[in-house]
Design a binder for this molecule. Structure first.
Ligand code: NAI
Length: 302
């Protein structure tokens, strides 16, 4: 496909497909819908999409209560998001952003299936935090239309978006996506396809050191978080952040970065985090991680 035919219409109205309706997928859907884009939201687990849409309704209700948006606008945002039960429902999308589990093989399979469904002009993007963009796209029939669009959590609130071209991405595509993200009110930055890109490369030693402090019983998660909030002036401490991100996702990202830097000990994953991931103590999304969220009205830090 010629470069010129790729998303030549990105600046006009386009349909956005989102695969994965978990923490990131529903947030990205909200961002696109708020910017008047029609969104097709698909997850292999329909009950997750139902749960996420219920959560979105509550978020929008709160925005109305706080007078940040009007009631009609909240309805329009919600109604722009179409609940899809099959991947093929994304067939008419111009841009598809994948936000599923952080696993290279599973992502590759989803994109291989997607290529059979969407038009050749559809731009394919992954929200991966750490996996090589080049490697996800290498076996596609058309790798030129593929790149990373990495939102941060929570996507509607965090302005930064990393745009990551792989080695095979068409030269003009990152700038088009950069312009699109700016039009969505984001602060985009074009990053290189290196493990962890910019932010997650910096963040790995930060989480790793915090976890080692707890493993060595130097301090508790609550003590570390308090120190980072009060002395470090961070909005959230590393354990609060890991609970927000998801312990499984955070662990998978560290594992990928560690392996991709040829086992540099600087990025070595934590055994504590591994065990918590195995125990499915995944943080806020399941109600328990380093902190207990089972009763949201209580201060759950321990
Ligand atoms: P999540 O675990 O909240 O949601 C993932 C969703 O993908 C689940 O609902 C699951 O049912 C669905 N899924 C899994 N395999 C699928 C498949 N083959 N087809 C369709 N749906 C499938 O994960 P989260 O946190 O939203 O992360 C998604 C991606 O975004 C990952 O690549 C992660 O590294 C990245 N990311 C995560 C951030 C975070 O703070 N959680 C921040 C930035 C990026």
């Amino acid at each position: 496909m010629s470069e010129s035919s790729q998303i030549s219409n990105l600046k006009s109205q386009i349909s956005v497909g989102i695969i994965g309706s978990g923490t990131m997928g529903i947030g990205i859907a909200q961002v696109a819908a708020t910017n008047n884009y029609k969104v097709f939201l698909y997850d292999q687990n329909s009950s997750q999409t139902e749960k996420s849409l219920e959560g979105l309704q509550k978020v929008l209700d709160r925005l109305v209560e706080k007078n940040k948006i009007g009631f009609e606008e909240s309805e329009n945002i919600y109604n722009r998001i179409k609940f899809c039960t099959e991947l093929k429902d994304l067939k008419d999308c111009d841009l598809v952003i994948e936000a599923i589990i952080e696993n290279k093989e599973i992502k590759q399979k989803v994109f291989a299936d997607l290529e059979e469904i969407v038009s050749n002009d559809c731009v394919l993007a992954t929200n991966t935090s750490s996996i090589s963009i080049t490697s996800i796209s290498a076996d596609l029939k058309n790798s030129e239309r593929f790149l990373g669009i990495h939102f941060f959590n929570p996507a509607p609130l965090m302005p930064l978006v990393e745009i990551i071209p792989g080695l095979l991405t068409a030269e003009n595509l990152p700038q088009k996506i950069y312009d699109l993200m700016k039009s969505w009110g984001k602060i985009p930055v074009i990053a290189q396809d290196i493990p962890g890109f910019i932010v997650n490369r910096i963040a790995r030693p930060f989480y790793g050191e915090a976890l080692r402090i707890v493993e060595e019983k130097i301090a508790t998660p609550a003590q570390v978080d308090e120190a980072m909030r009060t002395i470090g002036n961070f909005k959230m401490g590393p354990f609060e952040l890991m609970d927000l991100i998801g312990i499984d996702i955070n662990f998978a990202v560290t594992e990928t970065v560690y392996k991709d830097y040829f086992y540099d000990p600087k990025y070595k994953p934590s055994l504590l985090q591994h065990r918590m991931s195995e125990a499915k103590l995944l943080g806020r999304k399941i109600g328990k991680g380093f902190y207990d969220y089972s009763d949201a009205s209580q201060d759950s830090r321990n």
